[in-house]
Design a protein around this ligand. Sequence first.
Ligand code: KIV
Length: 257
Amino acid sequence: MLPTELIKYKKNSQKIIALTAWDSISGSIAEEANVDIVLVGDSLAMVCLGHKSTLPLTLENIIYHTNAVTRGFKKKIEEQPLVVSDMPFLTYQCGENKAVEYAGKIIQNTFAKAVKLEGAEPEIQRVISRLIRMGIPVMGHIGLTPQSYLNLGLKKQGESLESQAKIKEEASILEKLGCFSIVLEHIPELLAKEIQNNLSIPTIGIGAGNYCDGQVRVTADLLGLNDDQPPFCQPIIKGKNLFKDKLREWVNSERLN
Ligand code: KIV
C-alpha cells in the first residue's frame, strides 16, 4: 500500500490499524495479524534495545531494524502493510538539507514508503515541507512527542485550553503542509475527536481515545512484554510473565532429565 491510499480509509470510514515492529519476528506477527500499517517506531530503542528513552536511536539503527522487519513479511508485495519508519532524534532537527539526506537514506535503503517525525515547530514545518516536495511522504506526530521528553516530560498533552489550541493549530498546519496522516499521542479524547472532524487526512491515535480514524500501538506494550507500561495502553496478554513461566517450567524439567 502507498501512503496516498490511506485517505480512502477515512473516506470510507474504515478504521486504520497500525502496530509497531522492530525485527523480523515482530514484523511477521504484525503482517499476519493483518494490520494496515507497520510502524518501525523509534520506541524500538526502548522495547528492543534496552535504552531508557528514544533519544539514543541512530539513522543506522532505524535502517537496520526496518530491513529486519520487512524480511519477516511473507505476503505478496501488493498485500503487504504500509511500512513507515521513524526519523530518529537529530536526523531532522538540524535543518532541511540533512533531513532530506537522512530521510532519503531511509527510503533508499529500506522498503519504508514514508517517514514519521515529531512536532510542528516552524523549523520542523520547513523540514516537512521540503521532504514532501522532494517526494518523501511524511506522517506527522503531535501531542506527546517522546523525543522532547526532556522539555515536556511524558505527561498527557492538551490539558489546558492554550495547549489544546496549539495542538489544533499544529494539526491543521501539518495537513496544509501535505502530511498524509498524523499520529495524535496522549491527548484528551474530545480534542482528538475535534481534530479528526476538522481534517481530511486520517488521524491515528495512541492514548487519544476512540474517535481517531485509526489506532496505533507499540506491539510490545499490547503484548505485555515490557516491565513498564504507558498509562494509556492496557496489555491484551501478560506476555512477559507467560513466556517467563513457560521457559522456567522447561528449564526446571530439563534439569530433572
Ligand atoms: O515510536 C513509536 O512507537 C511511536 C508510536 C508511539 C506512535 O511513535
